[in-house]
Design a binder for this molecule. Sequence first.
Ligand SMILES: [Zn+2]
Length: 413
Amino acid sequence: MRCLECERELDRLDNEHLLQCSGLTLHEYAIRHHLPLDLLLQPDQVGSVFEVRSGTPRHPPGERARAVLQGLDWAGLVERGGDDVRIRGEVRRLDQLLWDLEQLADFGFRFRQSYDYSDETHRVVAHSALVAPAGFTRPALRPVPVPVPEPPPVFLDALAVFVAHAGDLQAGYLLLPFAEPAYARDAAQRLRRDHGVDCVALAAGGLAAGGSGEGALLRTAAPEDTRALMALLRERLAAIPDGWTRFNDAMPEATVTKELVFDAAHFITDHPAKCSNLHGGRYLLQVQVSGRIDPLTGCVVDYGYLKRIVNRLVVERFDHHTLNYAAPELAWRSSTEMICVFVWEQLIDYLPGLSGLRLYETTQSWCDYRGPTLAEYRQQGRSRLLDYFPAMDRRGDRQLIRGDARQLLSAVP
Ligand SMILES: [Zn+2]
């Protein structure tokens, strides 16, 4: 077998050779040369584990190591299971993972790459992770607030690690998915109090962390807050592989669409024809998000996140319901147009890159809608179109009618 990096003939390709000759791991080599791992590996390499130890554990661990571990923990990347603590990294994130390894040397983490045949995918897949015995990290991983004898790690150091690994930039807003609500509360407070950066906590925030409902999602309140936060973290992010460039380098833009359906009934209150009757059907909703492609994820927005948000905020509310009773804004008029305006307002906080909605009521009837940007929405507030009945207060305006009604009633013999 010939190594395509150094052109040497070898009995087998393995990490020992590849890291020497090219600095690549087998997994990266396979992708770089678009070869399936099944072809690269000898049968006895399948199921094998490659491991590199970095540094020796040191007690107490240095401040740098504790800050990096805290940032990764905020992002939910530190998995505790049995005797091990594990930090996984996708293949495009190996630079970050190896940087983490270096920073975490005081905890005795090892880099591990394993190659396993997976029944699910019918092919050999590689997994990379940092692994340390749980005992090494235990003193540093405590629930917040952290009553540690040593001073807590520098907040901004940990925050930069968190943002580089888990942040998501959309239309000038930074989405920050924290693994625990307490982490998010603490970070939002410190950012506001110590650095004048405003973040909002989004109500359905747990969805960002993968649907477990445990997490919490913060979003910078305005693009100015994103800029202030980026300026604050600039040097720290620049020291982390992809940490600065993933948010700031010029990248192509794209639009992605997720399609979801819900079955619902409705009626048009004062429609002159048969639409005033209760009738139902399958609605098909297409949600479009536009923006810059993140070079680290290769995506504008994660389809899974997009689907969870639309499911939670729209589909669960409408599916198998009568639209007129599912939201006060739609009680009078649940037309496709009104539904689109309503749906836009439900989603825009979570999807600042929202660029279009298309809603089919039947295959022949649909509505296209593009609402205000998040900045416009925050400035103008809700659409008056939806607010007529929910906000109605006619006590003043209708005094005359009320007065007349009293007169009429008192005139009844
Ligand atoms: Zn080679």
